[in-house]
Design a protein around this ligand. Structure first.
Ligand code: 7TS
Length: 407
């Protein structure tokens, strides 16, 4: 069933509000998505009917809270094709999931002389943890370049993935260029070299079908708040045997089995990585977001975004904008970064805000990529299930004003 954005919009109370006295046109879902009533109501219902700590109470209410929390874990695993709830660790989001891999897997396994490969298009979340790792271990951090179309230089793979490579860290979809990366080919190359692959799915999971087995990912991270769920929740998927072998991340309650004054043994996976009281309501909300997106159909989500992205790319080209990233919507998602004449992106965002339009301007937490593109910043419009071609029209009219102001 194709997605009807006008129907979907009615699920999102915030879209009925105004900005600057105008219809709110929200084009910043790559930063964070809006939340449908179904998710908001699920969180309220949890607090009203099921709230208790999880994995502790013998009382019925505690069992209900635990069932809600573990039900959300199953939904989040199913959403990315994971076979078992044991490979799904709840985190605060993608950033924490990646740092978990840094501390619990990489720190004791990556040494001086080893290499970690990232790409030129990574978000700082999938770059800084590996810089820190390299600094503390003496390992070398390498960067797979992109070409002028904003795609990875797969022709250089043999040079960049060698027997020194221990880990390849790459996003499935770029938050700046929109590029969808060929993860399976990267995973095959990594595995042939004896390395593992970590996939940053923050921008992909909300917008396209993901199957961690098809990708052959060893680690896969994604965030709730970019896919209609609340902030403060996210997932690290990892192969079960890796989680079994890994060191703990945070120490504290719940992640232990037996504790003596001077030592302890660890709980079974995934609980070994969930120290302390988890963000239960947030996880439940994330599970509801999965259910909401499954109800729409993730393929319908992708098709809708391809349509609107194609429309936006056409309108931006007509307006003389420079658009970064692939021009073919088969190769990209609905995140469109651009520059327009001599107008600074921040001025652009400020002027379109006067028309009720939310876009992001800046370096998008990808400063090395900005340098590669030769610009200090870009403007970025990003689309989701509730956006329409009319939203693009409002943006284009507002951009026209910006261009008028700045000649
Ligand atoms: N990886 C990618 C590719 C991202 O786009 C983001 C957030 C993250 C990781 C971090 O996710 P978090 O949920 O832990 O914060 N990206 C953006 C953005 O593009 N604008 O605001 C946040």
């Amino acid at each position: 069933m194709p997605l009807d954005a006008e129907v979907v919009r009615k699920d999102f109370p915030i879209l009925e509000t105004q900005a600057r006295g105008k219809r709110l046109v929200y084009l910043d879902s790559a930063s964070t998505s809006q939340k449908p009533r179904q998710v908001i109501e699920r969180i309220v219902a949890f607090y009203e009917n099921e709230n208790a700590n999880v994995h502790r109470g013998v009382y019925e209410l505690g069992e209900r809270a635990t069932a809600a929390y573990e039900g959300a874990r199953s939904a989040c695993g199913r959403f990315i094709g994971a076979g078992s709830h044991r490979s799904i660790v709840f985190t605060r989001g993608t950033t924490e999931a990646i740092n978990l891999v840094r501390f619990a897997w990489a720190r004791s396994r990556v040494h001086e002389g080893d290499e970690v490969l990232v790409t030129e298009m990574e978000h700082h979340s999938n770059l800084i943890p590996w810089q820190l790792l390299a600094h503390e271990t003496g390992a070398t951090l390498r960067h797979l370049p992109i070409d002028d179309a904003g795609k990875l230089r797969m022709d250089l793979l043999e040079e960049f993935i060698t027997d020194r490579t221990k880990l390849v860290c790459v996003s499935l979809m770029s938050n700046v260029l929109g590029t969808i990366n060929p993860i399976r080919a990267l995973a095959d190359a990594a595995h042939s070299a004896g390395a593992l692959i970590l996939v940053d799915g923050a921008q992909a999971a909300p917008h396209m079908r993901v199957d961690v087995n098809e990708l052959d990912a060893d680690f896969f991270a994604y965030s709730s708040h970019k896919m209609c769920g609340p902030t403060g929740a996210g997932v690290l998927y990892a192969r079960e045997h890796l989680l079994e072998e890994m060191d703990p991340f945070h120490g504290g309650g719940e992640m232990i089995r037996e504790v003596w004054p001077d030592r302890a043994t660890w709980n079974e996976i995934p609980y070994k990585f969930e120290a302390g009281t988890p963000a239960v309501a947030q996880a439940v909300g994330m599970g509801a977001a999965v259910g909401y997106l499954e109800g729409i159909g993730i393929d319908a989500v992708r098709a809708h975004e391809q349509q609107i992205t194609a429309y936006a790319l056409g309108r931006l080209a007509d307006a003389g904008a420079i658009v970064y990233g692939p021009s073919d919507v088969a190769e990209r998602g609905g995140t469109v970064s651009f520059n327009l004449g001599a107008v600074h992106p921040h001025d652009m965002a400020t002027i379109v805000d006067q028309e009720g339009v939310c876009i992001r301007a800046g370096h998008h937490c990808a400063q090395p990529l900005m340098r590669r593109l030769g610009v200090p910043a870009t403007a970025r419009a990003s689309f989701y299930i509730y956006n329409t071609n009319e939203d693009v029209d409002v943006l284009m009219e507002a951009l026209d004003k910006a261009k008028g102001w700045f000649g």
